[in-house]
Design a protein around this ligand. Structure first.
Ligand SMILES: [Zn+2]
Ligand SMILES: [Zn+2]
Length: 301
């Protein structure tokens, strides 16, 4: 079901955050205060789960309030990639007793173990470190791919994950697409408040947000907003914050677009759109985006 038509409201959150528990420069308390003051409803603390940092998970529970949720998580690492010494896997909603990497455990086994705890698991910044299509597929059914990773902008100018995401979607995989900061608060890089998710849920609780994330009931943003999406097999209507261009993107080069000054409503006739699925992008005059998750027409009545 279209998340825009489910009950509840949208909650703004950052799913990928480092603290002094690993290589972040702010401690968990100040990270939580920073995001709450910036108007976020929730964050996930996702420090590197690695022996160098004593396999610790940051505990943000003391900094939680009625209107600010802190999810437990980690960025999981295991050896065994072609172009990198370590996998980077985002796991949100991990239990505090999640066991360290086993002696012979590889990336897919680690992802499976995180999934088995009920965590939301995403492939972190694939473009940043040349994760290949085959390596991504070897993970099986993880939930999402980071399609925007803020810290990669100042790190190596490769913040996107759309190339991998679109190839895997064209092959029939049902990942959702998440934007994150991967914030470290290192003065060398600007990596906070750059990319976030807007999660549709009736409640701001760990269970409700994780359930919505796993169901793909969210959209991603670097500044633009989507207020409503109506999707049928014949037509897509988008209501959004003022935009200069709105896209419907499908398989390969299939796309429709409208442009204008301060577009708030965009309508697309799908008669000439030849794709089994579509995702929507809203771009404003400053280049900020909002990205929907994928709609598969076969599941639309
Ligand atoms: Zn990483
Ligand atoms: Zn990270």
């Amino acid at each position: 079901m279209n998340p825009f038509h489910k009950a509840g409201r949208f909650w703004r959150g950052n799913l990928h955050t480092h603290t002094t528990v690993s290589d972040g420069k702010l401690d968990p308390e100040h990270v939580c205060q920073f995001y709450q003051a910036a108007g976020y409803d929730f964050i996930a603390l996702t420090d590197h789960f690695h022996p160098y940092f004593q396999w610790r998970l940051a505990d943000g529970r003391p900094y939680q309030t009625d209107d600010f949720l802190v999810l437990t998580g980690a960025e999981l690492h295991a050896p065994g990639l072609e172009f990198s010494d370590l996998w980077h896997l985002l796991a949100v909603g991990l239990p505090f007793d999640f066991a360290p990497l086993g002696e012979h455990e590889d990336g897919p086994q680690l992802a499976k173990r995180a999934l088995d705890t009920g965590a939301f698991v995403a492939i972190a910044h694939p473009e940043f470190y040349h994760l290949s299509e085959g390596e991504a597929r070897s993970l099986g059914d993880v939930h999402a791919i980071e399609i925007f990773n803020g810290t990669s902008i100042d790190h190596n100018d490769k913040p996107y994950g759309w190339a991998l995401f679109d190839v895997l979607t064209a092959r029939g995989h049902r990942y959702s697409a998440c934007a994150t900061d991967d914030a470290h608060f290192d003065p060398e890089r600007n990596d906070a408040l750059l990319g976030w998710v807007m999660v549709k849920s009736e409640q701001l609780t760990s269970d409700a947000i994780l359930t919505a994330l796993k169901a793909g009931d969210y959209y991603s943003s670097t500044g633009a907003e989507i207020y409503d999406l109506q999707v049928s097999r014949e037509k897509i209507t988008v209501h959004c914050s003022p935009a200069e261009r709105v896209f419907v993107t499908g398989i390969s080069y299939q796309a429709l677009a409208v442009s204008g000054n301060g577009i708030r409503t965009a309508e697309f006739d799908l008669a000439k759109f030849k794709s089994p699925y579509a995702r929507i992008t809203v771009r404003d005059h400053l280049g900020r985006r909002a990205w929907s998750n994928v709609f598969w027409f076969e599941s639309i009545g």
